[in-house]
Design a protein around this ligand. Sequence first.
Ligand code: BGP
Length: 467
Amino acid sequence: MNKFPEHFVFGAATAAFQAEGALLEGNRGKNYWDDYLKEQGMFDPSLASDFYHKYPEDLELCRTFGINGLRISIAWSRIFPSGVGKFDPSGVQFYHKLIDECIANGVEPFVTLHHFDTPLSLFEKGDWLSQKTIIAYVDFAEFCFKEYGNKVNYWITFNEPWSVVAGQYIIGHFPPNIKYDLPKAIQAMHNMMVAHAKVVEKYKKAEYLGEIGIVHILESKYGITNHLEDTRSARKEHILANQFLLDATYRGHYAEDTLENIEEILRENKGVLKTTREEFEMLAYAADQIDFIGVNYYASHFVKAYIGESTIHHNGTGEKGSSRFALKGVGERVNNPEVPTTDWDWPIYPQGLEDMLVFIKERYPNYKKIYVTENGMGEKDVLCDKQVQDDSRIAYIFVHLKAILKAIERGVNVEGYFVWSLMDVFSWTNGYKKRYGLFYVDFKNQNRYAKKSAYWYKKISNSKLLE
Ligand code: BGP
């Protein structure tokens, strides 16, 4: 089969802080990245892709290139500069204009409420480890539903809880830059899922006509050999990063096999997970009500048994081969010589996407539908004569679209695909040199240039045929 269903969405994705720039516009408050990036001095987010001003041009590009869905996120601190309290009318207006522009161009907006950008004041109070953040987030979400609910058909509560907690408490490349604290990471994931559930409840009880879901990054994990200790380690990483969140999303509780592994990891890392009966009631309600899940997929991992302290080196420069990821009580990611990797050491393994989609269908038969909400290839693209020959990106997207078609053939309900990213944006931990866009951005003057991949994607979107 090489044809996508007629209603399949061919979209692209952005995130507010990575695209908008205009950090001083209106009364926007800071999120936890503003000062951190300034102090770190690796790159400057203040202009980004200037989406705040260039969105009409970007939406016209969507229309011209057959991109009929766009993931955008609402920057919480543009609406509530201090996370709570008084809203800023200019921030509220900006998202009205942006959403209206999407609709005017025939582009369905998929709106994310939290894409890695908790307001600074709430971050300082403990972020997702604090109930204060959960309460404020529910209020923010309710505000957005009331404001934009009559024109947004697709809401996403969170983008990638796993990446948030892994970045904040395990890898340490997201503020507050804590390393190897698995108990904190697990607690924050649980709390985010509770916040998600509360927001789903607000949305559903107010009887809005649209749909609501959550986006998870779901990367498959495989033992590097068939030896029991390696496959066990792979399974543990899968449970920690994928199944824990999927159980919360679709079962409303953690199944026995999930809990057993999580408790083992917590024991090894000297921590406990605190939960309440009310939280599970909320999760169960949301599990029943949720309309869709977004799957972000870039890579899979090959895992080997590991005994020792956690050791991680994040390759944020594109210096191939410099990554290290070994987790105490879990396992170590290793290179599979048969699988190619990007310059940032991300294994390119489309089979992992097909496997994950089938896994969701089989383990969670109550799932309704799936969108692949991010997939794409980070490259050091070069603009030459106003052109970018990004054949490797085309090849990457091709094999992943193929994997989706195979999953559809195996009975998985996938209704859309979003390339990360629409135009080049900055990467949180890798800066401006890691480009993903269908449109090249010259960051010196903010001009846009369609890459070869944009023309190719247009053909597929128009014909729905993968050839
Ligand atoms: C996802 C995030 C995006 C984006 C993408 C690419 O995890 O949702 O915001 O950044 O990954 O990752 P990176 O920028 O680290 O290459």
